[in-house]
Design a protein around this ligand. Structure first.
Ligand SMILES: Cc1ncc(C[n+]2csc(CCOP(=O)(O)OP(=O)(O)O)c2C)c(N)n1
Length: 357
């Protein structure tokens, strides 16, 4: 038997877990840029910690933490341009803050108010997508529209490792590959899909290789190394906007918090595993690198944490001061026209809401 085809999956990393460069950093990774990325990752972490505290004290419905994913998310956002479209799942706040989504909007959404998805910043981005994998189809569809209209824009979407087992995921990749769409699909491989470990999810050696079957360039990246994430994303996006086809990117990272605040990961993950992964988390290594360069010190760190805390606290005040939507919204935004029984129910709901204050 001869070989019909062979494939390789490249792996990209610039900073090792201790913040030491494994090769020369790309030109764009200068002091100004790396400090900007570090500050944003820190802001995301402070926000995440506060959001969990809000949920624990009954001020948010539930919340999906992004602890440990800061480099993956901020790196994605940093590589995108305004004209691109982002189709997120439900925990990519770092990418969204980079694109102008407000912290108070994220809080509003997890507080159970759909108006949080009406972003004041990016008007072309999609709302959070909790049904796993459907966002991949939204991105493929958007990318198809960009190509059809001859626009130099790309659609970016994110899915978890578990999500790559879904049919929608494969269908979107197939369409993006077959039609050579300006599409960049990311899988943030955090090793767990709630309680299902990667080893039970797939027999694939890498998730990146799932894109090979769709005929697209595939790459695996150290998702805790923001330099690698941003660089790979920048290249993939440039290629997409130039009409040179889609890319599928696997980012290796780890979910350091529970899946959401409704879950207790201690029931299925060992403390040893989590502690080993904590040592590789993204903020430690970038802080070490910028400190080694003489660009960062403890005093700057203290000032930054104070600034982030203030900004997050202000967002919480803003979130808490937004008046709850009227009960009529659930009728007005679901139906073009109300049938008689629904109109009646709408009136009853309004009266009841008034009566209960
Ligand atoms: C279509 C669909 N099936 C099941 C669920 C329930 N569900 C919510 S999150 C989740 C696991 C997702 O894991 P993964 O894709 O690895 O992403 P992660 O949350 O770990 O980042 C599941 C099964 C859902 N939201 N949508």
């Amino acid at each position: 038997m001869s070989i019909a085809a062979t494939f390789e999956i490249p792996f990209e990393q610039f900073l090792d877990p201790k913040g030491k460069p494994v090769k020369d950093l790309p030109k764009w990774a200068d002091k100004e840029e790396l400090l900007k990325l570090y500050k944003m990752m820190t802001k995301v972490r402070v926000f995440d910690t506060k959001a969990i505290a809000l949920q624990r004290t009954g001020k948010l419905g539930t919340y999906a933490s992004c602890l440990g994913h800061e480099a993956a998310h901020v790196g994605i956002g940093a590589a995108m341009i305004e004209e691109d479209a982002f189709c997120p799942m439900y925990r990519e706040y770092g990418a969204q803050f980079m694109r102008g989504v407000k912290m108070s909007e994220v809080l509003l959404y997890w507080g159970g108010d759909e108006r949080g998805s009406n972003f004041s910043g990016p008007q072309h981005d999609f709302p959070w997508c909790v049904p796993i994998a459907t966002q991949y189809l939204h991105a493929a569809g958007s990318a198809m529209a960009f190509k059809y209209r001859g626009e130099k824009r790309a659609a970016v979407t994110v899915i978890g490792d578990g999500g790559t087992s879904e049919g929608d995921f494969y269908e979107a990749l197939n369409a993006a590959g077959a039609w050579q769409l300006p599409f960049v699909g990311v899988t943030v491989n955090n090793k767990w899909a709630i309680s299902v470990p990667l080893s039970k999810q797939t027999a694939c050696e890498t998730l990146a290789q799932k894109g090979i079957a769709a005929g697209m360039d595939c790459v695996q990246v150290d998702g805790n190394d923001i330099v690698a994430v941003r660089d790979v994303m920048q290249n993939a996006l440039h290629k997409a906007r130039e009409g040179k086809g889609p890319t599928f990117v696997e980012m290796l990272t780890y979910r350091l918090h529970d899946h959401t605040t409704a879950d207790d990961a201690r029931r299925y993950r060992s403390d040893d595993e989590v502690e080993a992964e904590r040592k590789k988390e993204p903020l430690i290594r970038l802080r070490q690198y910028i400190t080694d360069q003489g660009w960062w010190d403890e005093d700057q760190e203290k000032v930054l944490l104070e600034e982030c805390k203030k900004e997050v606290d202000a967002a919480v005040v803003e979130y808490q001061s937004i008046e709850a939507p009227g009960v009529e919204d659930m009728f007005d935004y679901h139906f073009e026209e109300l049938t008689d029984p629904l109109s009646e129910q709408r009136e009853i709901a309004i009266k009841e809401a008034r009566r209960n204050g």
